[in-house]
Write a protein that binds this ligand. Sequence first.
Ligand code: UD1
Length: 381
Amino acid sequence: MNSKIKIILVAGARPNFMKIAPLIHEMEKYEMFDTLLVHTGQHYDEKMSELFFEQLNIPEPDVNLEVGSASHAVQTARIMERFEKVCIDEKPDAVLVVGDVNSTVACVLVATKLNIKTIHYEAGLRSNDRTMPEEINRVVTDAICDIFFTTSSDADNNLIREGKDPYKIFMTGNLMIDSLINNLNKSKKIKVEIKGNNGEKYKYGENIKSGEYGIMTFHRPSNVDRKDDLEELIEIWGSISERLPLIFPVHPRTLKNIKNFRLTERIKSFSNLIICKPLGYLEFLKLVSGAKFVLTDSGGIQEETTYLNIPCLTLRRNTERPITITEGSNKLVKKNEIIQEINLILNGKGKRGKIPKYWDGKSADRIVEILKSIFIDKWRN
Ligand code: UD1
């Protein structure tokens, strides 16, 4: 009798969910796979987690480790402790992790030490900046993982440079773009109503019009964890908002810092800076696809804007996703360059690009075809 291949898929934080969704849907089509979804609970707010499961139609997690927030060491340790028990009980054939968050590295460490085959989707990205916790997570994950799925050839080159066997590296494209393509039409049809920080209501199509606003996200410690930086940024955001409405769905880390640094009054004083809670996947996608520009420090948004060909300004010194710059519509900027770059965009000179290879909505198919071939012998026996 054929025995199914049991694969644990790990998701922990918001940017993981859109990578897991197309993959789990594709794997579920095949008899040979028995998938088990583990949510580490790194992100737990309704707006950061549950809503994404609902909108992306991800099945309820089979296990939720409910680790919550803590320092990096404590959060990673908690995930490891709880995930080890899951692996021992479930005895999976493989553990598949995505992205670069603490949940990614924690689960790979556990699985590898239990001699379980490990697979990393979004392997090989490097910012070469070890002050970023995500870079440590990427480097450690790839150092011990068995199979690598990548989104671009620069990632393949990084892995080869680090001594990986080229036969274990598969450039299969971008799962986040699978999710984007699968949901773009749906997102266009939904109504978006945002409640601003002063209680005002904004409706897409009425007081927010396609092509006449900007949208931004900020949550990187390097931008929001120090008062001086945040204060300076608020002035820049405020001055942009005097030119056109600027929508700002605020990440919990950033909100906490705004409050702790007593900057709430100042940020609220800009009437066109529309501060709101984190948005659902569909609402955010709709707002990004209709925006004049995006200003961010996120990783994934650099890729989404490249696909949508929307000018994106990324406030970071480096990016692990260089293809969004060499081929896409992304530009790295310093704080003192933001206003001049916004001027260019408002004068119709924003950066445009092309869609990178295999960012075509078929990445999950490619990955699952490869997984089938890797596990086919075991399945037959
Ligand atoms: C994490 C990821 C980052 C990713 C980001 C997207 C790591 C190292 N970082 O950063 O790569 O870009 O998620 O959101 O894994 N919090 C809540 N509710 C939540 C989640 C977090 O209030 O649902 C608060 C907590 O108080 C916590 C802070 O936000 O202290 C930061 O959360 P954490 O998961 O540690 O890191 P992120 O900054 O979200």
